[in-house]
Every structure is written in C-alpha cells, then in structure tokens.
Design a protein around this ligand. Structure first.
Ligand code: HEC
Ligand code: HEC
Ligand code: HEC
Ligand code: HEC
Ligand code: HEC
Length: 171
C-alpha cells in the first residue's frame, strides 16, 4: 500500500478520535436519573439535619477507602431498636431484618468502571462532602447535584493543583 494513504488514514483516524473526545468533553449530556425514588423511605434531612448524625457515622469508610459505604440493616437496627420502634416505617425495617432481607438502595452517584475515584484522598485533602454531593443534610431524598463528567473532575483538580494525568483516574 502507498505510504501517503497510510499516513492520510492515520491522520483521519486521529482527528476523528480527537473530535469525539472534544464532543464528549464539552456536551452537557446527562441522561441518568438524578434523584431516583428509593425502595424504602430514608431522609437525610431527618438523620443528618434535624438529628445531626455525622456523615461518617453511617458512611464510615469515606476517609479510609475508595468507597464511602452505605450502612447495613444492622446499623439501622442498632438505633431503631430504641428510636421510634412503634412507627409503621420502623416496623417494616424490623421485618426486613427478621427476614434478613437487605434494602436494595438505588445508586445515585456512579462512575463508569474505567474511572478510579478514591474518597479517602479527597476527604484527607480537606474537601467537604458538600463540594461534590451538595447540602445533603437538607435533602429529604438524595439528589445528585453535579454532572460527574470528566470536565468536572479536571476543573477542581486544576484549581487545587491536583494531578490531571490521564493515569491518575484511568487505570
Ligand atoms: C443514619 C445514617 C446516615 C447518615 C447520618 C448519613 N447518610 Fe448518607 N446515606 C444513608 C443511606 C441509608 C443511604 C442510601 C439511601 C439513600 O440514597 O437515601 C445514603 C445515601 C447517601 C448518598 C448517595 C449515595 C449514592 O447512591 O450515590 C450520599 C451522597 C450521601 N448519603 C451523603 C451523605 C452525607 C454528605 C451525609 C452527612 C451530611 C450523610 N450522607 C449522612 C445513610 C446515612
Ligand atoms: C444513630 C442513630 C440512627 C441510625 C443509625 C439510623 N437512624 Fe433512623 N432515625 C434516627 C432518629 C433520631 C430519627 C428521628 C426520630 C424522631 O424524630 O421521632 C430517625 C427516624 C427514622 C425514620 C422515620 C420514622 C418515622 O416514624 O417517620 C426512618 C424511616 C428511619 N429513621 C430509617 C432508618 C434507616 C433505614 C436507617 C439505616 C440506613 C436508619 N434509620 C439509621 C436515628 C437513627
Ligand atoms: C471530590 C468529590 C467527592 C467528595 C468530597 C465526596 N464524594 Fe462521595 N462520591 C463522589 C463520587 C464521584 C461518587 C461516585 C463514585 C463511584 O461511582 O465510583 C461518590 C459516591 C458516594 C457514595 C455512594 C457509593 C459509595 O461510595 O459507597 C456515598 C455514600 C458517598 N459518596 C458519600 C460521601 C460522603 C459521606 C462524603 C464526605 C465524607 C463524600 N461522599 C465526599 C464524589 C465525592
Ligand atoms: C472539589 C474538588 C475535586 C473534585 C470535584 C474532584 N477531585 Fe480528585 N482530588 C482533589 C484534590 C484536592 C486531590 C489531591 C489530594 C492530595 O493530593 O492529597 C484529588 C486527588 C485525586 C486522586 C488521587 C491523585 C493522586 O495523586 O494519587 C484521584 C485518583 C482523583 N482525585 C480522582 C478524581 C475523580 C475521578 C474525580 C471526578 C469524578 C475527582 N477526583 C473530582 C479534588 C477534587
Ligand atoms: C481527575 C480525573 C480524570 C482525569 C485526570 C482524566 N479523566 Fe478521563 N474521565 C474521567 C471521568 C470521571 C470520566 C467519565 C465521565 C463520564 O462518564 O461522562 C472520564 C471519561 C473519559 C473518556 C470517555 C470514556 C467513556 O466511556 O465515555 C475518555 C476517552 C477519557 N476519559 C480520556 C482521558 C484522557 C485521554 C485523559 C488525559 C488527558 C483523561 N481522561 C484524564 C476522569 C478523568
């Protein structure tokens, strides 16, 4: 094959790749549900707001691991054996426990598998949960407040002089 064809093909391929990247980076495409209805009523406004339970009490891995972690039924139960045990909702909670049937919470914030996001690095750098999750303590139902797109990550990384190397987030 002629060499000029090969080079021409390569240039086309590269520009197509670059344009696709540019499009994905700049278009504010966002089709994922921001505030799905959860299978069981749980209010952050009531727990983290009115009763001031610290975020890390329930999301206890956030400062130690990549995942923040969602509390297990046994954690709910340890308080609700004593708090409002007669409330109809809490009775349903205890029935779940008796059947050993965990609540299938629907994920609100999630990244594709090819992206590495370590919670602990951010918590240790002193970034508040609210910078990325909004004012959760006022939310009756959790709502995603940011795009979670690459441009959003990079914007804050530039601002804080954190790494913007591709390999930082793509392993
Ligand atoms: C009493 C326990 C408890 C406390 C305290 C609590 N959370 Fe949660 N959190 C949960 C549970 C249970 C869920 C899953 C159900 C839901 O989404 O509402 C959750 C879900 C979340 C989610 C959504 C997870 C996802 O799917 O993306 C975020 C973000 C979050 N919490 C942040 C916070 C922040 C920030 C605080 C402190 C202001 C906090 N939470 C305090 C129990 C708690
Ligand atoms: C650290 C203690 C604590 C933990 C852990 C906890 N709660 Fe609560 N929960 C409370 C308090 C305090 C209230 C408010 C009670 C009131 O105002 O009457 C409450 C209220 C509730 C209510 C409302 C009850 C009603 O009658 O309307 C529900 C539902 C509930 N919690 C579910 C959960 C679930 C699900 C979990 C686990 C993911 C959980 N709670 C974990 C302390 C806790
Ligand atoms: C720098 C931004 C940022 C900060 C700060 C942050 N989060 Fe997150 N959080 C995210 C992203 C991004 C995801 C989705 C991660 C994924 O899918 O891998 C997420 C997911 C979650 C989830 C659901 C999945 C999981 O990790 O278990 C919970 C719960 C959560 N965050 C709680 C918190 C709490 C509590 C704090 C503060 C102690 C906090 N986050 C601080 C960006 C952040
Ligand atoms: C609100 C600001 C902010 C946002 C948004 C943010 N980060 Fe960060 N991130 C930081 C800071 C600051 C550090 C540096 C922590 C350090 O070096 O101690 C960091 C560090 C990291 C690291 C570790 C870097 C290293 O050198 O090992 C990874 C990986 C990372 N962030 C991924 C992400 C991803 C993926 C997103 C988007 C989903 C994101 N971050 C969004 C502020 C942010
Ligand atoms: C601070 C973290 C971070 C850094 C640094 C970063 N990315 Fe990303 N990247 C992300 C996140 C988060 C997504 C997922 C965004 C989404 O789902 O829309 C993503 C998505 C992508 C995608 C789209 C893949 C897909 O499935 O849609 C490509 C391609 C990509 N990044 C390439 C790069 C290249 C090349 C670099 C280096 C110049 C880079 N990224 C640096 C966080 C980062």
């Amino acid at each position: 094959m002629k060499r000029s064809w090969l080079i021409g093909g390569l240039v086309c391929l590269l520009s197509a790749g670059f344009l696709t990247l540019l499009l994905m980076y700049s278009l504010p495409l966002d089709f994922i549900e921001r505030s799905p209805v959860q299978p069981f009523f749980f209010s952050h406004k009531q727990h983290a707001g009115a009763n001031g339970i610290p975020c890390l009490y329930c999301h206890r891995y956030a400062d130690k691991s990549s995942l923040a972690g969602i509390p297990a039924l046994s954690d709910c139960r340890s308080c609700h054996l004593y708090i409002s045990p007669e409330s109809p909702r809490i009775k349903i909670l205890h029935e779940h426990w008796n059947r050993q049937e965990p609540i299938a919470w629907i994920r609100v914030n999630s990244l594709p598998d090819h992206v590495y996001f370590p919670h602990m690095m951010h918590i240790r750098a002193g970034i508040d949960c609210s910078a990325c999750h909004g004012d959760v303590a006022t939310m009756e139902r959790i709502s995603r407040t940011v795009s979670l797109k690459m441009g959003w990550c990079l914007g804050c990384h530039r601002q804080h002089q954190a790494s913007i190397d591709c390999w930082t987030c793509h392993i």
